[in-house]
Unconditional design. Structure first.
Length: 278
């Protein structure tokens, strides 16, 4: 199987061009290739496929083999892949995901390789039943959630996948390895959840760490950064456009007041290409 390893702010996946390759049992393949000692090493597997409703379609699988609806970092890399590999000559493309069709606007560098990608992530979902969260509230904002006898104030948002956002005084010292997996699997969240922990620097600068559903801590999560911005606006903490600092770098997130869409701008990087026997 031919592959390309790419990352968005250190959130790395193995990308396979399924116009040319056939990947059977992708969940099992994802578990194998993601292993950083016995495989290639990644946060998961992304398949680039034909679409009947968009320019391209992506499927993504976490390192534990589970299929995810969307990944904001991965979709930027899909855009870079199809342009850099001359599968399209357009800098504005549509990509079909399990979270709907997303529009990408891409910027090329002087060598005509994509360096920055702005993604229209669509409207945030705030109704708990649709996130989903086991709650009868109209919005799950700043609500108490108990983990290990400690109460955390949590705001839940879906960006096509579910997120629980909590604020901390210092994210660097926050016990993410302990609290993250317990938040992910909390009984409030029937499909599990991605858990973000956020330190507020000022109204246009937020710092976060993320425990991703099915993957553990990653260096960056694009949908998570979007959820953090939305949650912070709902809590009156930030403006509608802010820099979100992740372990792997910075994303610019904007929640547009006119159309209610969230926009995410960040880099996409190719690491290497290769071939592996499955």
């Amino acid at each position: 199987m031919k592959f390309t390893k790419m990352h968005g702010l250190g959130n790395d996946y193995i990308y396979v061009n399924c116009f040319e390759e056939c990947v059977e049992k992708p969940g099992e393949v994802a578990k194998f290739i993601s292993n950083r000692h016995f495989g290639i090493g990644s946060d998961g597997l992304v398949l680039i496929l034909p679409s009947k409703t968009a320019d391209f379609r992506m499927r993504m699988f976490n390192s534990d083999g589970s299929e995810a609806e969307m990944c904001g970092n991965a979709i930027r890399c899909v855009g870079k892949y199809v342009y850099d590999n001359r599968m399209t000559d357009k800098k504005v493309i549509s990509i079909e995901t399990l979270a709907g069709i997303k529009i990408l606007k891409m910027t090329a560098d002087e060598s005509n390789k994509i360096s920055l990608v702005k993604v229209d992530m669509g409207e945030p979902v705030l109704y708990p039943k649709d996130i989903p969260v086991n709650s009868e509230l109209d919005h799950f904002v700043n609500q108490p959630v108990k983990v290990l006898d400690k109460e955390y104030k949590v705001t839940c948002v879906s960006m096509g996948n579910p997120h629980a956002v909590t604020y901390a005084d210092n994210v660097a010292s926050f016990p993410l390895e302990t609290v993250g997996p317990l938040m992910e699997c909390h009984s409030l969240f029937p499909k599990k959840i991605n858990a973000e922990f956020v330190e507020v620097k000022d109204r246009t600068h937020l710092k976060m760490r993320v425990w991703e559903r099915g993957a553990g801590e990653t260096l960056a999560c694009g949908t998570g950064a979007c959820a953090v911005l939305v949650a912070s606006v709902l809590n009156g903490i930030s403006k509608r456009k802010a820099e979100i600092e992740l372990l792997g770098g910075v994303l610019i997130i904007e929640w547009n007041e006119e159309n209610n869409h969230v926009y995410k701008t960040g880099p996409a990087t190719t690491v290497f290409t290769g071939e592996i026997e499955l």
